[in-house]
Design a protein around this ligand. Structure first.
Ligand SMILES: [Zn+2]
Length: 248
């Protein structure tokens, strides 16, 4: 029991340290602002660590799910993705983002919203599949017609190694953010094009329910977004440093 408590305290202390460091970084001039996050990077990070691809779900004309007050998940997804990327910078984790803005460039041939969404998804898949030894982490928010469900859930793709990261991230997020949730990490539906078409290991993180008023409010706060990002980074570091999982 004492051992368990001390481990828990160590985890909390580590998380607090990460959050303090990030808070400091956000308070200081953004020294990482010039870092070319979207420049082509070496396909394989030092020491064989896989490349982390951070995908902020939706964007542009596709807002995704919306809160009761009309806030789309696309902006929340991007805010969490940006924080995760900033944390990666602090820890020397090589990563790219599939988008860094709420605005998206669409080809002239895409006229309708459906065509534009399709073109965007195809462009993301092209970017993702051009990377070697990569792992995709796609960030989303959940929605349900009933306002009661809450909590996070991580869904994983079918490529070998996806389930391990999915279960790890799901366990860490659930323990820290929604310990009463009974959801488990689960295989993702084949209906999600991006996850179906990505050839690399992939997980989709549903951070919480925008249909739950209390959780939707939390998900819009910087502090909660930072917690999610720090937990995802912790899961990533643990996963990527495990030889059997992190190195192909
Ligand atoms: Zn979504």
């Amino acid at each position: 029991m004492l051992v368990a408590i001390s481990i828990r305290l160590r985890e909390l202390a580590a998380l607090a340290l990460i959050i303090a460091l990030v808070a400091l970084c956000f308070a200081l001039p953004p020294f990482y602002a010039d870092e070319p996050e979207t420049e082509p990077v070496s396909a394989q990070a030092e020491g064989g660590r896989p490349l982390l691809i951070i995908d902020a779900g939706h964007g542009g004309e596709d807002g995704g799910a919306v809160t009761a007050s009309g806030v789309p998940e696309s902006g929340i997804n991007l805010a969490i993705a940006e924080k995760l990327s900033a944390l990666c910078g602090l820890f020397g984790v090589e990563r790219i983002m599939t988008r860094e803005s709420q605005e998206l460039d669409y080809p002239d041939t895409a006229v309708t919203t459906a065509q534009r969404k399709s073109a965007d998804q195809k462009a993301r898949v092209e970017l993702i599949n051009a990377q070697e030894n990569a792992v995709l982490v796609s960030i989303h928010q959940n929605f349900y017609p009933d306002a009661r469900p809450f909590g996070c859930q991580v869904l994983y793709g079918k490529v070998e190694g996806s389930r391990e990261l999915g279960e790890l991230a799901h366990g860490m997020l659930t323990e820290a953010l929604c310990p009463s949730s009974r959801r488990v990490a689960a295989p993702i539906s084949e209906d999600i094009y991006l996850m179906r078409a990505a050839k690399c290991r992939a997980v989709l993180v549903e951070c919480g329910f925008l249909s739950n008023e209390a959780e939707a409010a939390l998900l819009q706060t910087e502090g909660y977004q930072l917690k999610i990002s720090a937990l995802l980074l912790s899961a990533w570091l643990q996963y990527a440093d495990t030889p059997d999982e992190g190195v192909l």
